[in-house]
Write a protein that binds this ligand. Sequence first.
Ligand SMILES: NC(=O)c1ccc[n+]([C@@H]2O[C@H](COP(=O)([O-])OP(=O)(O)OC[C@H]3O[C@@H](n4cnc5c(N)ncnc54)[C@H](OP(=O)(O)O)[C@@H]3O)[C@@H](O)[C@H]2O)c1
Length: 348
Amino acid sequence: MVNVGILGATGMVGQRFIQLLENHPKFEIKALTASQRSAGKKYQDAVTWHLDTPIPESVEDIVVVDTDPGLVKDVEIVFSALPASNAAVVEPKFAEAGMKVASNASAMRMEPDVPLVIPEVNPEHLDLIEIQQKRRGWDGFIVTNPNCSTIALVLTLKPIYDQYDVNRVYVSTMQAVSGAGYNGVPSMAILDNMVPFIGEEEEKMEEETLYLLGDFDGETVEPASFGLSTSCHRVPVVDGHTEAVFMEMDEDFELEDIKKSMQEFQAIPQKLDLFSAPKNPIIVREEDNRPQPRMDRMREKGMAVTVGRLRQDASFPRSLKYVLLGHNTIRGAAGASILNAELIAEIM
Ligand SMILES: NC(=O)c1ccc[n+]([C@@H]2O[C@H](COP(=O)([O-])OP(=O)(O)OC[C@H]3O[C@@H](n4cnc5c(N)ncnc54)[C@H](OP(=O)(O)O)[C@@H]3O)[C@@H](O)[C@H]2O)c1
């Protein structure tokens, strides 16, 4: 077994890590960190647990420590669920101390020597790890996964982008409240309501999407160059981000071909049969009223993205429209980091 730690273990994403790593065949939780507010307490006393499965017995009595590499002993991998401002300072220290950091935070994502990876989309970007270690003189390293709404979008774009000339993509999101963390959106702001703005989300989605689908020459990533415009909104859903996608192609296409390439899409995590890999990363539904967060977010244990309403627009023949749904704290966060770590453990 590989000993792992979780940084920011008491938050929304930290709790998902703990839930998903219970009974993991390769990774065993040995250390939990959080802020000074939680440090020194047993995990069960430090956390306000929000998930619908109990706190695993194996972590209940682990004493939470401050997020300092000197206090995290005998651990090979740390999964980071820290706020970005904190991650920017702390994650490099963990990598410098020799640990492999699989991070959810946005702080290091766009650093040119830090891989931003979705295993089904751009596993080759992991080659940046060697460059990062050499350049920074680290024994450990940092690998990141994208923002939650970006992961779901890019998984569905990948099989289309591989086959067709995509000209422009417009995306409108309806994002769950858990995406902002437990204290992120007050109930008085969101119940019976919708908030048409999420700070920095549109910028992240646009930059990360083009980067993930970019060309990698072994040293640097040249972002993809199609047009991409997003509009991000917070809705009163607990978990599961929905996105309405409008795409304009530079060539004719058959709707059935697109559907088939989404349904049949598989990549290296499926070929290697990684523990957290969904068998089908994209599930296509035919019903007019799907996907829906409550019904579809847990497909393939929350690791698949569900697509519905796949159609062409009668007035724009080279346009494609669909609605997608992805679980933001599983496929969009903790599950994404775990899949990155599983891939690294298998191929490096
Ligand atoms: N939620 C999502 O859907 C999602 C998706 C993708 C990425 N992310 C990213 O994942 C990260 C965590 O998000 P979240 O939603 O889990 O946030 P959260 O619920 O607010 O949890 C934050 C965690 O970080 C700890 N923390 C806060 N300040 C700290 C400090 N100064 N030093 C050390 N630890 C500190 C907190 O500990 P205490 O309990 O002690 O305060 C808590 O464990 C963020 O970077 C976020 O952008 C979130």
